[in-house]
Ligand binder design. Structure first.
Ligand code: BTN
Length: 275
């Protein structure tokens, strides 16, 4: 449910001064055939995930993008909140993939985020398993995938991507030690529109090649900063320690522990032990 208190009406043409995002600025000559054919921009919203879910349940076209200038209740992985004041990127994309493609959505979104940041800046982002995008060891982008699967059929999937563009992490004590932004890292003002447009084009390119999930898996695996490192993993109430040995095709992490055993971890948070 989206709180109507926070939900301002989507605009049509309005150029937002705050962060130059609007439906038109994103879609104009975008050149995609699926992703971003329809972009619904809200100046302020609780969370793009909730609106994307609602639109998907109403049968929105595949590739529809819900984007917010600002989120008041941004949602992170593992029931965390995601900070998204104005001047940053918060969007969700509605997809209807086959069930066998589901594990690749996280890989695809991480790669697309990395490629779009590289296209617009000189920065060198890295992927921390499973899908945190880091610059200089601090998080600049988070990805959240949700969906509904019934009897081996994907009813819908929503891919949420948050990129810190102008966030001044130092102003937010709750994230200042671990977060950064494109502006802070590049020392200049990065355009949200440029990043979003590259992101959508890249997601489309990868999504249309999903049948070749093998190459997406390999590209994602090869960009992971985590592999071959000694790590701590928080997974549910467990805290494990070991060597991040490999990832399998479903995206799970294989952790080699001190007793020689190999544990397969589907979801968790990784911290590098030796920085
Ligand atoms: C994470 O915890 O790393 C995932 C963060 C995902 C944040 C994005 S911002 C756009 C979309 N809407 C949300 O409420 N969350 C995702």
């Amino acid at each position: 449910m989206v709180s109507s208190e926070y939900e301002m009406k989507p605009e049509d043409n309005l150029e937002m001064l705050e962060n130059d995002l609007s439906s038109v600025s994103i879609t104009d000559n975008l050149g995609t055939s699926l992703i971003g054919r329809k972009v619904i921009y809200y100046p302020r919203l609780a969370s793009t995930m909730a609106v994307a879910r609602r639109e998907a349940q109403r049968g929105a076209a595949e590739g529809t993008v819900i984007i917010a200038g600002e989120q008041t209740a941004g949602k992170g992985r593992m029931r965390r909140t995601w900070l998204s004041p104005g001047g940053n990127i918060a969007l969700s994309i509605i997809l209807y993939p086959g069930v066998s493609s589901l594990p690749y959505l996280i890989m695809l979104a991480s790669l697309a985020a990395v490629h779009s940041i590289e296209a617009v800046t000189d920065l060198k982002p890295q992927i921390k398993w499973p899908n945190d995008i880091l610059i200089n060891e601090k998080k600049v982008c988070g990805i959240l995938t949700e969906g509904l699967v019934r009897k081996d059929r994907v009813i819908y999937a929503t891919v949420g991507i948050g990129i810190n563009v102008s966030l001044r992490a130092a102003d937010f004590p709750e994230v200042s030690a671990m977060a950064t932004s494109l502006n802070d890292e590049s020392g200049r003002s990065v355009s949200c529109v440029d990043v979003v447009r590259h992101l959508l084009v890249e997601i489309e390119r990868l999504y249309l090649n999903l049948a070749d999930g093998e190459s997406i898996y390999e590209a994602w695996r090869d960009r992971l900063v985590t592999l071959g490192k000694r790590v701590y993993v928080e997974s549910g109430s467990n805290r494990l320690e070991g060597m991040a040995e490999s990832v399998d095709r479903s995206g799970a992490l294989q952790l080699r522990q001190a007793d020689g055993s190999l544990t397969r971890i589907i979801a968790g948070d990784v911290t590098l032990r030796d920085k």
